[in-house]
Ligand binder design. Structure first.
Ligand code: F6R
Length: 256
């Protein structure tokens, strides 16, 4: 894992945007795995400002709430179109987001996995992390080999996401999410975490044991996992000084 600690969300988002931009310049037909939520908002804003060519990019989103129509204000369809897809030149036919209204969830999930494979697999998977260590919506005790499927949200996650719904009671109980096994097949992963609320889950994921009690900890087994943090999210890392030293002393050829 490469741990990159930055003073602010802005600085961290700029680094993440540079990583995505580099991939899109080197591989114009890249396949991106995308996340929603508060964490990637500035990253998407920066990517829009960069005016990159998205005409050959394919995107697969991690997850969607079961029961929400694409135009629901809190749906991840709406989030992605408003914050990124409507603002870059991606083709609608290259956008893939789980269908929260599908009447055949297992069939849909199987096809989603097949579509990822048919696209050649995901080159770069963006991730946030839940306060309980979830990635995608793989909540604690999710199988670390899981594939795209339905999951039940924890109360902790429903409470955290209540801000998008105007209250906790309106937050759906179920989601469709890529599995941790699906995420681990991406060629690179880039996890971002900001704010003190993420510090504990993040420290356990990076420095604790690999356990389904913290699904993000599976990323310790990923060969190319980059973790971009602001200082508050990094505040519980025991080896933070070492990560800073490593980043500040990277050989030139390894720098962005
Ligand atoms: C969103 C997703 C989730 C979020 C996580 C953090 O597509 O898969 O894992 O990344 O819940 O959410 P925020 O960024 O809102 O704190």
């Amino acid at each position: 894992m490469e741990i990159i600690i930055q003073p602010t969300v802005e600085a961290a988002s700029t680094i993440a945007a540079q990583m995505v931009a580099r991939l899109l310049r080197e591989k114009p037909d890249a396949v991106l795995g995308l996340a929603t939520g508060s964490t990637p908002l500035l990253l998407y804003h920066e990517l829009v400002q960069m005016k990159l060519d998205w005409s050959r990019v394919t995107a697969f989103n991690l997850d969607e709430y079961v029961g929400l129509a694409p135009d629901h204000p809190a749906s991840y369809h709406r989030f992605m179109w408003e914050n990124l897809f409507n603002r870059v030149n991606i083709l609608e036919s290259n956008v893939h987001i789980p269908d929260g209204l599908t009447e055949d969830i297992p069939g849909f999930c199987l096809r989603y996995e097949q579509q990822i494979l048919a696209a050649g697999g995901i080159d770069l998977q963006l991730l946030g992390i839940g306060t309980d260590g979830h990635i995608g919506f793989n909540e604690p005790t999710s199988s670390l080999a899981s594939r795209t499927r339905i999951k039940t949200l924890t109360q902790q996650t429903r409470a955290h996401n209540a801000r998008f719904f105007g209250g906790e009671t309106a937050v759906p109980h179920h989601v469709i999410t890529m599995g941790t096994g699906t995420i681990m097949e991406a060629r690179q992963v880039l996890l971002m975490a900001f704010g003190p609320d993420k510090a504990r889950a993040l420290a356990e994921a990076v420095e604790g044991p690999i356990t389904s009690m913290n699904p993000a900890s599976i990323l310790q087994l990923h060969p190319v996992a980059k973790i971009v943090l602001d200082e508050p999210a990094a505040s519980r890392l025991r080896k933070a000084d070492y990560y800073r030293w490593v980043y500040d002393n990277k050989p030139d050829w390894q720098k962005l």
